[in-house]
Design a protein around this ligand. Structure first.
Ligand code: ADP
Ligand code: MG
Ligand code: MG
Length: 252
C-alpha cells in the first residue's frame, strides 16, 4: 500500500528526515513515537503533500504509484488523510458545508458523482449513528471555539465521512481528557478494516491501550531507529528515549 524508502526531506533549508524507511500494508495500524523535533509531523506533512517540504532523496510508493508525483488534492482523492495536531479554525464557514465540499471535491477528482444535500445528510446521519456522536458541531463554523475534544471529535467525523485508505493521525491524542481519548479510540477502532491503514503519531503509550497497534516505531533524528510490537511502547514509557539512544551505534 505505502512504501517509503530512504526518504530525505528538507524544511526551511534544514534536513529533517534523513533516510526514513517505512512499509505499511492494508489493515495495519502503525504507531510512531519519538522525541520532539524528530520529524514525525514532517513525515505526515510530506505524505499529505503540504507546501514547504522538499524531498531531496528517496521514494514513496502508494498503490504502485509515485505519491510524490501527485498533487495534494489527488492524494486526498486517492485516500490519503491527514488529521492535524492543531486543527485550523475557519470562522464563518459552516462545518457541514465544509465537510460536504471536501467530500465532493474528492468524489469529483475520482470521477464519481457529487452528493446532493439530501444524499449528504443521509450519509452524515449514518456516520453520526455508527460513531455514536451528536450533531451539535455540524451547525457551527469549522473548529471555531471548539474545545480540544470537540476538534478531535470533528476530525474523527471528517475521517469517517471521507473514508480514507491511509489515515495519518498526528498527536490526535494530545491534550485530551480520558473521555475524549476514548472517543478518538472508538472512532479509529470502528474504522479499522482490512483495506484501511492508520499511521498514528503519539507521545503517549496510553492511547495504545485503546488502539492496539500492529507495529510501534521510534522516529529519532529523521529516521526510524527501532520497530517492534506494542510492547515497545511500554518499554519506551518505562525507560524513555535515552534508553534507545544509549543502545544505538553512533553514525560513522
Ligand atoms: P516532531 O513532529 O517529531 O516533533 P517536526 O516534524 O514537527 O517534529 O519538526 C522537525 C524539525 O523540523 C524541528 O526541528 C522543527 O523545528 C523543524 N521544522 C518543522 N517545520 C518547520 C518549518 N515550517 N520551518 C522551519 N522548521 C521547521
Ligand atoms: Mg512535535
Ligand atoms: Mg509533531
Amino acid at each position: 500500500m505505502l512504501k517509503i524508502e530512504n526518504l530525505h526531506v528538507r524544511v526551511a533549508g534544514k534536513e529533517i528526515l534523513k533516510g526514513l524507511n517505512l512499509t505499511v500494508k492494508p489493515g495495519e495500524v502503525h504507531a510512531i513515537m519519538g522525541p520532539n523535533g524528530a520529524g514525525k509531523s514532517t513525515l505526515g506533512n510530506v505524505l499529505a503533500g503540504r507546501d514547504g517540504y522538499e524531498v531531496t532523496a528517496g521514494t514513496i510508493d502508494y498503490f504502485d504509484k509515485d505519491l510524490l508525483d501527485l498533487e495534494p488534492e489527488a492524494r486526498a482523492a486517492e485516500g490519503v488523510f491527514l488529521a492535524f495536531q492543531y486543527p485550523v479554525e475557519i470562522p464563518g464557514v459552516n462545518n457541514t458545508y465544509f465537510l460536504k465540499a471536501a467530500l465532493n471535491a474528492q468524489r469529483k477528482h475520482r470521477g464519481e458523482p457529487e452528493l446532493d444535500s439530501m444524499q449528504f445528510l443521509k450519509l452524515v446521519r449514518e456516520k453520526l449513528r455508527v460513531l455514536h456522536i451528536s450533531d451539535d458541531l455540524l451547525h457551527r463554523a469549522v473548529n471555531e471555539g471548539f474545545s480540544g475534544g470537540e476538534k478531535k471529535r470533528n476530525e474523527i467525523f471528517q475521517m469517517a465521512l471521507l473514508e480514507p485508505r491511509v489515515a495519518i493521525l498526528d498527536e490526535t491524542d494530545s491534550g485530551l481528557d480520558i473521555d475524549a481519548l476514548k472517543m478518538v479510540a472508538e472512532g479509529v477502532n470502528h474504522m479499522r478494516n482490512p483495506d484501511r491503514a492508520f499511521i498514528m503519531v503519539t507521545h503517549y503509550q496510553r492511547l495504545l491501550d485503546y488502539i492496539v497497534p500492529d507495529f510501534v516505531h521510534v522516529l529519532a533524528d529523521g529516521r526510524i531507529v527501532e520497530s517492534g510490537d506494542k510492547t515497545l511502547a511500554l518499554k519506551l514509557e518505562e525507560h524513555g528515549y535515552a534508553w534507545l539512544r544509549d543502545r544505538q551505534v553512533p553514525d560513522a
